[in-house]
Design a protein around this ligand. Structure first.
Ligand SMILES: N[C@@H](CCC(=O)N[C@@H](CS)C(=O)NCC(=O)O)C(=O)O
Length: 396
């Protein structure tokens, strides 16, 4: 009998709540499938019943068979990795583990904007995916389908694209991030099937979030992926079909050199953004402007969760033994990541995820861990279908 046997393991089967096309739901499902844990996915929106259970208006929410609730894929994956060590995906070498976490964080937080952009700013993607969301989450809402789809598109653009820095001035930069990622990936996949060798690891699952449920499924980005870098398209399918018990081989011990271009992008794009976000948070600003690699992002929403992300990167670094710290520092310096990692002083996100399951239900004084920064109260007020607003504020 193995530990993932429903009869012997009190947390199985698992229930994953989230819509079919959700970035983070797909990421978590891939890990659960790889670990061969029985589960079912139930389509639910992040608000209402789920938010009441987890304290945070976000999906996926994970319900264990013993009725504990977990939310946020990063601590969930860490927790599953410790609970099922035979299926571990986090590298054992602390240096490689640190950089894997950094890549996961980058894929979670910085590829989010291009993923939302390709989905909601291109008519064919927006039409298709608003139909999927309407069918899954809003079937019973007594409104004509075209109105529901319009409201979804409008809401997503308002929060995640034109309301979050995607303008005529940044459009090219947002798309370049996707093109660069495809390019960086195909170089790596030219020499091995996964980012860190012959088995998938944390970094693969991190990138799987945007790559699977967004870039490979949304018509415009999927066409680009298929036509320009089919090896990445193939990796997406390989990841979805990966099962730990069927894969031979070990993870690479050290950080491979071909991760270098991704680390360069983290140093020049993601970390400067995290710094600007953290500075804005310190001054209680709800929005901020920042120039990233020459692209003028304006009126981006401040996200306390991403202050926490920066705190977490520092925490992981500080917890490394000194010899490993030196190796990590050298590599971070080589790729322009060291200075922005420490630039902002006195970080205090207020996000309270202590990595102990169940890491749902934040205490009422703490900030919601919702990455969107909308928070539980706001999201509840807005509901998934907010007040009709055909005229989102433009910040061109
Ligand atoms: N850091 C969270 C992010 C979860 C997240 O933001 N999920 C999105 C859907 S993919 C969401 O719930 N968005 C809420 C909304 O759109 O209001 C995680 O890793 O689970």
């Amino acid at each position: 009998m193995t530990t993932n046997d429903e009869n012997s393991d009190p947390i199985l089967p698992l229930t994953v709540y989230g819509p079919e096309i959700s970035y983070f739901t797909g990421k978590l499902e891939a890990v659960i499938r790889y670990m061969e844990l029985p589960y079912q996915r139930v389509a639910k929106s992040p608000t209402g019943e789920l938010a009441a259970k987890t304290g945070t208006a976000q999906v996926p929410a994970l319900q264990l068979a013993d009725d504990r609730w977990l939310t946020d894929t990063t601590p969930i994956i860490d927790w599953l990795d410790k609970r099922y060590p035979e299926f571990t995906i986090i590298p054992k070498n602390p240096v490689t583990a640190f950089f894997s976490l950094l890549l996961e964080d980058y894929a979670d937080e910085w590829l989010w904007r291009p993923a939302m952009h390709y989905r909601w700013d291109y008519a064919e993607s927006a039409a298709q995916q608003s139909r999927v969301l309407t069918n899954e989450l809003a079937r019973n809402l007594p409104l004509p389908n075209f109105v529901k789809r319009y409201m979804i598109r409008n809401r997503q653009r308002r929060y995640f694209t034109n309301g979050d820095g995607v303008t005529a001035e940044t459009w090219h930069h947002v798309e370049k991030t996707f093109f660069d990622t495809l390019d960086q990936f195909s170089t790596i996949l030219g020499t091995r099937p996964y980012l860190l060798g012959t088995r998938p690891s944390l970094a693969d699952f991190g990138f799987f979030g945007p790559m699977f449920r967004h870039f490979s499924m949304d018509p415009t980005s999927a066409r680009i992926m298929r036509e320009t870098e089919p090896a990445v398209f193939e990796w997406v399918a390989r990841m979805w079909n990966a099962r730990a018990s069927l894969i031979e081989g070990e993870l690479l011990e050290d950080v491979p050199e071909d991760w270098g271009p991704i680390l360069d992008s983290i140093g020049s794009g993601y970390l400067p953004y995290l710094c600007a976000n953290a500075e804005a948070w310190k001054t209680n600003a709800s929005h901020f402007d920042v120039n990233i690699e020459g692209a003028p992002y304006q009126h981006i929403r401040t996200a306390p969760y991403r202050v926490w992300c920066l705190e977490e990167l520092r925490r992981h670094y500080n917890e490394l033994p000194e010899t490993h710290q030196q190796t990590v520092r050298k590599l971070l310096e080589t790729h322009g990541c060291w200075t922005p990692l420490w630039q902002v002083e006195d970080l205090e996100s207020g996000v309270n995820l202590d990595h102990k399951a169940p890491f749902a239900k934040h205490d009422s004084n703490s900030v919601s861990g919702s990455m969107t920064g909308l928070g539980l109260i706001d999201a509840e007020k807005l509901q998934w279908f907010p007040v009709f607003s055909p005229n989102p504020k433009k910040h061109a």
